[in-house]
Design a protein around this ligand. Sequence first.
Ligand code: FES
Length: 512
Amino acid sequence: MPDATTAGSAEGALLSLWLATAGATDFPELRGTVEVDVAVIGGGVAGLTAALALKRSGRSVAVLEAGRIGTGVTGHTTGKVTSLHRLAYTALDRTHGRSAAGIYGLANQAAVEHIAQVVAAENISCGFRRVANYTFAGSADALPEVRAEAELAASLGLPATFTVDVPLPFPVAGAVRFDRQAQIHSVQYLHGLAAAVDGGGSFVFEGTRANNLQEQTPVIVTTGNGTVLAGDAIVATNVPFGDHGRFETLCQPHRSYIVAAILDSPPLDATFISTDEPMRSLLTVRLNGVTYLLAGGEGHPATQQVDPASRHARLAGYARSRFGAGAVAYRWSTQDNMPQDGLPYVGPLNPDSRHAFVITGLRKWGLTNGTAAALMLADLLDGTRNDWAPLFDSNRAPSRARTGPAGVPAAAAADDRDGEKTRPKDVALPVADLQPDDGTVIEAAGTNTAYYRDQAGGVHAVSAVCTHLGCTVGFNRGERTWDCPCHGSRFDVDGKVIQGPATEDLPPRPTP
Ligand code: FES
């Protein structure tokens, strides 16, 4: 991951609050061969929840995490545990029908309760706190859609009411309120899940990137220094691999940004998201004697290059003007896989897969959608009927339905507000002219090389050809990473994969 300094000169450490305060894990790297019932690739909420559910039902599992537990998407969430996903029910009712909206709601509400049950059963110290969750209308113009969402959600059996009494420190017109939702410290929760999974013939491996999956009997998962032989495999890596690219056309990677600013007041007993644009997702939390306001938003397709520092600055400005927040302590970004039709994909990895399964397209609500998806797959592998599963079937026919701004940010929506349009590709700045903490891509001898000059003046050179499908990466000045504009792979300045679908690092190149 990018280091916790102030890359891009914006305020606050470039690090998730959750990762900064979670402590460390020390699971070993896989070396050699292990044999288990199920290999789970990806140590985020979906993978670890599935692993624990399978272990509870008597299976042996091996979880393979490329980095450390929590350093992926789950460690970069807001920490909301809720079945209220902005105006999702209106959008799903419109695009998939009322029954589908109801199943989506029941699955996510069950996920809220499953997390509560796991926290209690495994005695996980993760700040689990019951709160109400609100989708609020900032202006009267948005009030009808908020009222309609509340009525629809209540009719689907969800804990929804419409209210004009919204506990925000600034006036709003009204809101949908869901009772008995929750918030958690997402990385502490993952650490607790991982501790519960490891042992008794099951394993958690860190620093272990799966780079190949052969679906045969047994399934063979190959990593840098080891092999897992398993009856079944689950790919829960946000953007999957081994899928021959089929989810690249069904989902689109989408980036968003969060700042954690210091508040001089106790945390609120509620979490929030606006229905107005620009969307703002809000949560307060007290950690180590400090109250933080998390303000999230500023999302855009990962294919669009933006200036992350200005995105963080807008969120910091909102935190100050609306909450009177003080300094930004942490700021980070995240990248999630948005399903074009608004429904996660859960089931066979490839159309004819019998022993390889996938979870993807969690549409930025991964704590609950990922948990629900994990429970569906655990049922599938156990041969237990699951009434939610057909809706989310990864082999479902491609849908023409598209969720739009009223539900979740449309995956393909362009975002060029405030005049911040896609920046031109990196100018081929000569390496000798590179300033510290900047990068450039230079073509020579028919290939592209990515050069980064660090703050001490040293030059790092790697291939600029994305190891996924060969697009040219560009330098992300705000986060000090090489990002691929095609399908969202990200690499650190030394070429190490941060986020897939790429599984291979960018190879080093000679420095000038
Ligand atoms: Fe697909 Fe880079 S992520 S080519």
